[in-house]
Design a protein around this ligand. Structure first.
Ligand code: HSE
Length: 300
C-alpha cells in the first residue's frame, strides 16, 4: 500500500500576472512516496536532494502540512510515512515548495481511493505555500496540481481555470546559483500601484490570455511586460537586464522573472529557438561569473 507521485516545477507570475498566472513544465520537479502505516502516526522517513535544508517536523514541512490539513478535514486517521525526494533547487523561483505540497497531498488522496478531485486539493496545497513563505498564493500550486497554464481568477472565493497554450510555445528557464527568499521578495513590493500602471498591466493580462488562446505569438510577445513587480524585484537578481536582453536578442518572444526569482524564464516559438535562448541566457550570466542550470520545456 504505497504510491509514488511526481509534481513539476512551475513558473509563476508569467510577467504581467503577479499571483494570478502560472504554468507547469515537464521537469524538474519533486517525487514523493507515501506508504500506509498500521498505526495512526504521520512521519517523514526520508528527505533527499536538499542538502539537509528541510525539516522532518511534519507540522513545518511543505510536504506534510497539506497532508495534515487534508486528513483533519476529511476526518481520516490513517497513519502514513512519507519520503520526499527533491529533484529541483530550493529558493529558485521554480515553485519548489509547491511541488512538494502538491505531490504529497495528491499522493495521499490517490492512496485513500481518490475521495477528492484535483481542484478540491488546491486549498490544502496552498497551506504548504503559507508555511514555506508566509503567503498562501496559488499561482505555483494550481498549475503543479492541474497542469498547463492556469489563471487564479479570484482568491476569495478561490476560482482557478486552465487556458490552452499553443503547441509551439516553449519555455527556457535559467536558474542562476544564487538564492532569493520568496518572503523577502514579497516584502520589498509596494502596496500601492498607480492608475497608469494598473491600466497597462490589465491590458497585458488580457493580451496574454487572448494570445495563448488564439496562438498569436506576436500578441503573447507584446503582452509579456510587467510594469509593477519586475522593476522592483530586478534588483535582487544580478545581471537581470543583461540576461533579459540576451534572451530577446536570441529570438525570445519575451522574458521575465520566474516567480519570485532568481530564475529567469523566456518564451519562444519553437524548441530550436528556446534552446538558442538558453545558451544566450546562460552565457550572459557566465560573463560575470554566475553559473546556472538551464531547462527547456513545453507547457504541460
Ligand atoms: N506569485 C508569487 C510571488 C510566486 O511572485 O511572490 C512566488 O512563488
Amino acid at each position: 500500500d504505497s504510491i509514488k507521485i511526481f509534481a513539476p516545477a512551475t513558473v509563476a507570475n508569467v510577467a504581467c500576472g503577479f499571483d494570478i498566472f502560472g504554468f507547469a513544465v515537464d521537469a524538474p520537479g519533486d517525487e514523493v512516496i507515501v506508504r500506509k502505516r498500521s498505526d495512526n502516526q504521520i512521519i517523514i522517513t526520508n528527505i533527499t536532494g536538499e542538502e539537509g535544508k528541510l525539516t522532518y517536523d511534519v507540522s513545518k514541512n511543505a510536504v506534510t502540512v497539506p497532508i495534515l490539513k487534508y486528513l483533519e478535514q476529511t476526518g481520516n486517521t490513517q497513519g502514513l510515512e512519507i519520503e520526499l525526494h527533491k529533484k529541483m533547487p530550493l529558493g529558485s523561483g521554480l515553485g519548489s515548495s509547491s511541488a512538494s505540497s502538491v505531490a504529497g497531498v495528491f499522493a495521499v488522496n490517490e492512496l485513500l481511493g481518490k475521495p477528492l478531485s484535483a481542484k478540491e486539493l488546491l486549498p490544502f496545497s496552498m497551506e504548504g505555500e503559507r508555511i514555506a513563505c508566509g503567503s498562501a498564493h496559488a499561482d505555483n500550486v494550481a498549475p503543479a496540481l492541474l497542469g498547463g497554464f492556469v489563471v487564479v481568477r479570484s482568491y476569495q472565493p478561490l476560482d482557478v481555470f486552465k487556458v490552452p497554450t499553443p503547441d509551439e510555445l516553449y519555455v527556457t528557464i535559467v536558474h542562476p546559483d544564487i538564492e532569493v527568499n520568496t518572503k523577502d521578495a514579497r516584502h520589498i513590493l509596494r502596496n500601492e500601484v498607480s492608475m497608469k500602471n494598473t491600466i497597462a498591466q490589465m491590458g497585458n493580462v488580457a493580451g496574454m490570455i487572448a494570445g495563448l488562446m488564439q496562438a498569436d505569438y506576436k500578441l503573447i510577445a507584446s503582452s509579456m511586460v510587467d510594469f509593477i513587480i519586475e522593476p522592483v524585484r530586478a534588483i535582487l537578481i544580478p545581471e537581470f537586464w543583461e540576461v533579459k536582453n540576451a534572451a530577446l536578442e536570441a529570438g525570445a518572444l519575451g522574458c521575465s522573472i520566474s516567480g519570485a526569482g532568481p530564475s529567469i524564464f523566456a518564451f519562444s516559438q519553437g524548441k530550436e529557438t528556446a534552446e538558442k535562448v538558453a545558451i544566450a541566457m546562460k552565457n550572459s550570466f557566465e560573463k560575470v561569473g554566475i553559473h546556472g542550470d538551464t531547462y527547456v520545456s513545453g507547457i504541460n
